[in-house]
Design a protein around this ligand. Structure first.
Ligand SMILES: Cc1cc2nc3c(=O)[nH]c(=O)nc-3n(C[C@H](O)[C@H](O)[C@H](O)COP(=O)(O)OP(=O)(O)OC[C@H]3O[C@@H](n4cnc5c(N)ncnc54)[C@H](O)[C@@H]3O)c2cc1C
Length: 630
């Protein structure tokens, strides 16, 4: 029997990584927000890898924090190991990764949600989206409770019609045996939403008392801990760290897999969903990279509260008995006690090309979505979309323009633009190679790129914005000073240059010129820099990078100017591409389906050729002239 309860501005469906960010954004922007989630005990659950961040994903977390999101702060509170990756490479790919205590992470996020004003939590399964005349009006739970609202944000993750599979065993449950959501898909289809079936997988968890770590390489955390949140200093979050361990599969492992590949649901057809190419199962690796005689396996602690260890690099859905042999063939795991079997999970999600760049559905006004439900994979990708969906649902209700980050502003912009513009037939995972302007989109300058936007939206407070402006001023002044500080070719200078194996000077130069030398840094030159004032580390980092990579940065900024020219060519919302004579049929169909905001976005749609873009540019120019003349 259905019963109508009080109305809300926003209803967020699901309290996973996307749902938490979406709900917090809406509530913090003073909207009356209800989160309906299947289980209050699995808020911000990490059902797979026990870490946040890593290559490109660390960038997303920094950007979420810079905009006023929660993930960065939450992992700073609950990490058990912290590491900066790719330090041997350039700053564009330096990426922070932290191992989380999964239970603490979930509990901490729950506490934040439960203590946020304007935010209400309800444990229930949403079974229907209520809509009238193409506009969302509310949600109905499986138990018949109706919550009227103005906007809904769907963040259902890997739970819609979820099926967990290993070998011949399959259960219609969510991750870790949690209840799946088996009713909403039909409701979404009934309002015209196209659904996909995707899959992902996770490895076994092994009791650490059964692991021989003496046969593995210890992977310690960094001495110097860099916080994810720009609101934290190292001393605020410093703590004892635990280690991870590196071992490898071997030919025996690969033989066991090959001998049983016919029993793998991936190869027997028992799994229909499409999996992530860049997060392959171990059986996929053995089949696809048959030439490799070993694959890396990272043994990672799930938290301080448990002996369970995550076997990174060996996700699988092979039968239980094969898993037992396979894991025990790995060096150091000979006596492994498997606490949880590896499994694959299939689930329903959407074709994200049904979304605008604001993450609102094109065909159902007021319906937004974020996270794995949008066809992505990863906690960080989910949280980033959740935040943007929350911001834009709020902007809609507050009568403000949506916040669309473009590809030159943020990895979040690349993520969302790729999802809503480019066809993705597998879970989309962020990578640095996807970001064409990655030298500008470094994790270290996410605050300089995005905190002003977070402030204008209303998620960043005065004090934080003031600190950012001070930081910008310090960077600018120091850059100017270094470019204007002359250094003569005197013996002290020559001696220091020789000390760092740098060419001695023939004539005078500037401090900035010296910093541009790859072998020299701002720190190394302090002896020569008599007027130097003490500056915060994050300011020095920016000064060093901006000076050292100035040439590359300038070149990328010129590319962005080109990009912005086409991005700035907006396309009228009501355009009918089928009426543009010389456009090719495929282009007409794709453009009418995706309805790009700009010529720039149109140029990224697969099936729309450069010739089609020229036709479109001419057509838009004629349209502009005809409007002007009338
Ligand atoms: C087995 C497994 C393996 C994975 N492997 C990887 C991997 O290798 N690499 C990787 O990057 N990511 C992996 N992931 C994905 C990662 O977990 C997700 O990307 C991330 O959790 C997505 O966050 P989300 O907020 O979109 O959804 P989730 O974290 O799945 O949260 C969704 C929330 O919505 C709730 N919910 C769903 N439907 C309803 C409903 N109808 N009514 C009410 N509440 C509802 C659920 O209870 C849950 O709380 C894996 C996930 C699983 C389950």
């Amino acid at each position: 029997m259905s019963y109508t309860y009080e109305a809300y501005d926003v209803v967020v469906v699901g309290a996973g990584h996307a749902g938490c960010e979406a709900a917090l954004a809406c509530a913090r922007l003073s909207l009356n927000t209800l989160v309906v989630t299947i289980s209050m005990d699995s808020i911000a659950l990490m059902p797979c890898n026990p870490n946040i961040g890593g290559t490109s994903k660390g960038h997303l977390v920094k950007e979420i924090d810079a905009l006023g999101g929660e993930m960065g702060k939450n992992i700073d509170k609950t990490y058990i190991q912290s590491k900066m990756l790719n330090l041997s490479k350039g700053p564009a790919v330096h990426s922070l990764r932290a191992q989380a205590d999964k239970q603490d992470y979930s509990k901490s996020m729950r506490k934040i949600l439960e203590n946020t004003p304007n935010l209400t939590l309800k444990q229930a399964e949403v079974a229907k989206i209520l809509a009238q005349d193409g506009k969302v009006t509310g949600v109905e739970t499986f138990s018949g409770a109706i919550y009227p609202c103005k906007t809904v944000i769907l963040c259902t993750g890997t739970y819609l019609n979820a099926r967990c599979v290993y070998g011949e065993v399959s259960n219609y449950t969510g991750p870790n045996g949690l209840q799946s959501a088996n009713h909403l898909t039909e409701s979404l289809k009934s309002i015209g939403i196209e659904m996909y079936r995707f899959k992902t997988g996770t490895p076994a968890r092994i009791d650490k008392r059964s692991i021989d770590f003496s046969k593995m390489e210890e992977q310690k955390g960094d001495e110097r801990v860099v916080p994810f949140s720009f609101t934290n200093q190292e001393e605020d979050i410093k703590r004892d760290q635990v280690s991870c361990w590196l071992t490898y599969t071997n030919e025996k492992t690969h033989d066991i897999i090959r001998a049983n590949i016919h029993r793998s649901p991936l190869y027997s057809g028992n799994i229909k969903g499409t999996g992530p190419r860049y997060c392959p199962s171990i059986e996929d690796k053995v089949v696809k990279f048959a030439d490799k005689d070993r694959h890396q396996v990272f043994i990672e602690p799930e938290g301080n509260y448990t002996n369970e260890m995550y076997v990174g690099g060996m996700s699988s859905s092979l039968p239980e008995d094969v898993q037992y042999q396979m894991y025990r063939s790995v060096t150091g795991l000979e006596n492994a006690k498997i606490v949880r079997n590896a499994y694959a999970i299939e689930y329903d999600c959407i074709n994200p090309m049904q979304l605008k760049s604001s993450l609102e559905f094109k065909t159902v006004e007021g319906l937004f979505s974020g996270g794995q439900f949008n066809g992505s994979s990863g906690y960080e990708e989910a949280a980033a979309q959740g935040l943007m969906a929350g911001i834009n649902a709020s902007m809609k209700l507050l009568g403000k323009e949506p916040v669309i980050l473009d590809r030159s502003q943020a990895y979040i912009g690349v993520l969302i633009d790729d999802l809503v513009t480019k066809e993705t037939h597998e879970p989309y995972r962020m990578m640095t190679s996807r970001a064409e302007y990655r030298l500008l989109l470094r994790q270290d300058n996410a605050d300089l790129r995005l905190t002003k936007i977070g402030y204008e939206v209303g998620l960043i407070d005065e004090e934080r914005y003031y600190k950012l402006s001070e930081k910008e001023k310090l960077i600018e002044e120091e850059m100017k000073r270094l470019n204007n500080t002359l250094i003569g070719a005197n013996s002290e200078v020559q001696a220091l240059l020789e000390k760092y194996n740098s060419n001695t000077l023939k004539t005078g130069t500037t401090l900035a010129e010296l910093i541009r030398r790859p072998e020299l840094t701002y720190e190394m030159l302090k002896e020569l820099d008599k007027n130097r004032k003490p500056l915060p580390e994050d300011v020095i980092e920016q000064v060093d990078i901006n000076i050292k990579y100035e040439g590359y940065i300038q070149r990328q900024l010129r590319q962005v100017d080109q990009f912005k020219k086409l991005e700035g060519k907006l396309i009228p919302e009501d355009i009918d591409y089928s009426t543009i004579p010389s456009l090719r049929i495929e282009a007409k169909q794709k453009l009418n389906q995706i309805r790009p905001l700009s010529v720039g976005q149109a140029s990224r749609i697969s099936g729309v050729s450069p010739a089609d873009i020229s036709v479109l540019l001419v057509y838009l120019e004629q349209l502009r002239r005809s409007i002007k003349e009338n």
